[in-house]
Design a protein around this ligand. Structure first.
Ligand code: KIV
Ligand code: NA
Length: 263
């Protein structure tokens, strides 16, 4: 399969081809997602929640991103792999950010990194891009800002500020812009304003591509159903049914049977 490179990512916008992205955290899942033909896999710092069971993304470390990023990259042949820069891995200085972005690329084999910010991180985006490390900016709901904004419900939705952030990110050299939980009209306007592709989550159909958190869209968390999420499967229920069938067959002595035994 022909690798989905950063130049192909950029060309998709010109050709009006929607870009497909989902999150990935481990080898077997990444292999299935890549085989399914997705353009991009995001090793998101959502792993703090959906893998580690924490309540925010704040505790996730660079070493943990590298651990998961490396497993994902080992499985992938075609997709563009983007790894999140976790909280406090890029905030101290552009030099600190560049060092961590370089570590992530070198130690995982990923294609790109992503960080939360626009105008406030323009110098950092510039430093990373100047080293030829493709970097994506993440605007709108920025989960790493949860302590400052008070709750995840308080989303940056000021149109002028969002457009200024998107333009600053593009000017600094970002190859793409992720828009989380932005109203559909503003997301469409940003998409029409910048020349690099936008990837939306909860931001309507006007973006150049879409991303969802894989365990969420597979229905692995029965209690989580926000408006923006479409569940394409019911993995939590399916897994429970399979596990219960196994347990009852073991208890009844019907598994293993002769066909699953060596004589
Ligand atoms: O960490 C993540 O999975 C993300 C997506 C929600 C876009 O940043
Ligand atoms: Na993230």
């Amino acid at each position: 399969p022909q690798k989905f490179t950063v130049p192909r990512f950029l060309a998709a916008k010109e050709k009006n081809q929607k870009i497909t992205m989902l999150t990935a955290y481990d080898y077997l899942s990444a292999k299935i997602l890549d085989d399914a033909g997705l353009d991009c896999l995001l090793v998101g710092d959502t792993l703090g929640m959906v893998v580690q069971g924490k309540s925010t993304t704040l505790p996730v470390t660079v070493d943990e991103m590298i651990y998961h990023g490396e497993m994902v990259c080992r499985a992938v042949q075609r997709a563009l792999v983007i790894v999140d820069m976790p909280f406090m891995s890029f905030h101290i200085s552009p030099a600190q950010a560049l060092e961590n972005a370089g570590r992530i690329l070198k130690e995982t084999g990923a294609d790109a990194v992503k960080l939360e910010g626009g105008v406030n991180q323009a110098k950092t985006i510039e430093a990373i891009a100047a080293a030829d490390i493709p970097v994506m900016a993440h605007l709108g709901l920025k989960p790493q800002s949860v302590r400052a904004i008070g709750s995840m419900g308080k989303i940056q939705r000021d149109e002028d500020q969002l457009i200024a952030d998107a333009l600053a990110a593009e000017r600094a050299g970002a190859f793409g812009i992720l828009l989380e939980m932005i109203t559909a009209p503003i997301a469409r306007k940003i998409t029409e304003t910048v020349t690099v592709p936008t990837i939306g989550i909860g931001s309507g159909s006007g973006c150049d591509g879409q991303v969802l958190v894989t365990p969420d869209m597979l229905g692995m968390n029965a209690e989580f159903h926000p408006r923006f999420l479409k569940k394409y499967a019911n993995f939590a229920a399916d897994m429970k049914t399979a596990v219960q069938a196994y347990a009852s067959e073991v208890r009844e002595g019907t598994f293993p049977d002769a066909s699953h035994s060596h004589s």
